[in-house]
Design a protein around this ligand. Structure first.
Ligand code: URP
Ligand code: ZN
Ligand code: ZN
Ligand code: ZN
Length: 462
């Protein structure tokens, strides 16, 4: 006897697409094929007219993040509920050390916050800041605990930034233990100087946020880090890339030098353009790197279609409009980041798949399969196959919806995508075989998510 059968859907993997049924038992996929030949099941989900994807993974989510003056507003409970509504079945959050904490202390704190509070599966990235440069031996311990990815920020000076010398040493340690470095890459010196100039000229509206963080600051930092990555042999992922300026260089390091260098883009860079900062309420869109102009947006889509972008994630940061408004006339102090864990998948689906920019397999690859491989979860996650976990996202491709913040479940009062007409809707979300979202509604208030202990990352995507 099976627990659940999903029938009549189109099953999409990164490398296949087929009209097959799925049989689930004890949280695992045990049958793929024609359900007339499966054993009976307790539950049957009719996915007629729908597409079934490997459960989406969002490996760039901030929950209850304090960065300077502001803290984001959600808990693991709220954020993972919103994730489930958005079709995401696994999130990876960042254990960023606060004042006086080591990376392992921060991880322990996050474990306590998340335990028995998650509607979807969860894991964490480790993180080193300037205060932790004498704790580099913890790289090995983190990797041993199933936390193979280590984040470093080259900006947010005095809060989480870490110096280049320490980055070099940490990269050596990550390479020695087969981990993965994650970088927020923007050149701190360029940005600091630009912000000072903006302050002097009293150019302090939200538009100044974008002009003080030029794309070259991002491209320069990526180039510098690539040199260290090559020298140390570490695997690395550049998160939230917002510019096409690094395209040729990344292509060279990946294709010619064959180095394990990976890239992430976030939905807001693919869906929005720089005019958001020049219009009313520009403060609601402040994030780093900033949303750039149309040509950059098009360059990112081009990189996705050429396979130069591995992951599309949210960089979810749940501030509300009151927090965003506080420094609407003084951008240097404004909270950075946008809410998006619920909208990331479907906005990307609508604009990417339905917009004719990517195909369904590329969508599966960039929302789930590549992430599972790069983050050490494949093939239990990131694939619809016998033996994989029954984490599944079922999308109705024809459903037309207008995005409105009052219909979303994130702990904020706005969405950067307000009023967007989307083609596509997440109808069902299954986490470990449990039906968490059914027909767009939460099935019950139970926490079906569990911690994902991750293995060493796969070095080459594909
Ligand atoms: O503006 C952003 N991206 N805020 C969140 C923290 C980070 O840099 O990822
Ligand atoms: Zn070591
Ligand atoms: Zn960042
Ligand atoms: Zn982030």
């Amino acid at each position: 006897m099976l627990d659940t059968i999903i029938k009549n859907g189109i099953v999409v993997n990164a490398d296949s697409i087929a009209a097959v049924d799925i049989g689930i038992k004890d949280g695992v996929i045990v049958q793929i094929g024609d359900s007339r030949y499966f054993p009976e099941a307790q539950n049957v989900i009719d996915a007629s007219g729908m597409e079934v994807y490997p459960g989406m993974i969002d490996s760039h989510v901030h929950i209850n993040l304090k960065l300077g003056e502001f803290s984001t507003l959600d808990s693991f409970e709220n954020a993972t509920k919103a994730a489930a509504f958005g079709g995401t079945t696994t999130i990876i959050e960042f254990a960023i050390p606060y004042e006086g904490e080591t990376p392992l202390d921060a991880l322990e704190r996050r474990f306590k916050e998340a335990e028995n509070q998650c509607y979807v599966n969860y894991s964490f990235h480790g993180c080193f800041t300037e205060s932790n440069i004498n704790e580099i031996q913890q790289v090995k311990e983190l990797i041993g605990l199933g936390i193979p990815s280590i984040k470093m920020f080259t900006v947010y000076d005095g809060i989480v930034r870490i110096n280049k010398g320490a980055i070099y040493d940490i990269l050596k340690e990550i390479a020695a233990h087969d981990g993965l470095a994650l970088f927020h890459a923007e050149n701190n010196e360029i940005i600091t100087r630009e912000i000072t100039k903006h302050v002097e000229k009293k150019n302090l509206s939200p538009a100044g946020h974008a002009t003080s963080r030029p794309a070259i600051a991002e491209a320069e930092e990526v180039a510098s880090l690539l040199a260290l990555i090559e020298d140390t042999g570490a695997s690395a992922l550049f998160v939230h890339m917002s510019t096409g300026k690094t395209k040729d260089l990344l292509d060279y390091y990946r294709e010619e030098k064959n180095l394990p260098v990976f890239t992430e883009v976030c939905t807001h860079y693919l869906s929005l353009e720089g005019d958001v900062y020049r219009e009313e309420k520009g403060q609601l869109y402040i994030c780093s790197p900033p949303i750039r102009e149309k040509e950059e947006k098009e360059a990112l889509w081009q990189m996705i279609s050429e396979g130069l972008v591995d992951l599309v994630n949210s960089d979810h940061c749940c501030y509300d409009s009151a927090q965003k408004n506080k420094y609407k006339d003084y951008f240097p102090n404004a909270p950075n980041g946008l809410p998006g864990v619920e909208t990331r998948g479907i906005v990307y689906y609508s604009e990417g798949v339905q917009g004719g920019r990517i195909n369904r397999q590329q969508f599966a690859a960039t929302t789930s399969t590549n992430t599972a491989k790069i983050m050490g979860m494949y093939p239990k996650k990131g694939r619809i196959d016998v033996g994989s976990d029954a984490d599944l996202t079922i999308i109705d491709p024809e459903f037309i919806q207008l995005l409105a913040s009052d219909q979303l479940h994130m702990q904020t009062d706005y969405t950067p995508f307000e009023g967007k007409e989307l083609k596509g809707r997440v109808v069902h979300t299954l986490v470990g075989g449990q039906h968490v979202i059914a027909d767009g509604e939460l099935v019950d208030e139970q926490f079906h998510g569990s911690f994902v202990k991750r293995a060493k990352p796969i070095k080459q995507e594909g």
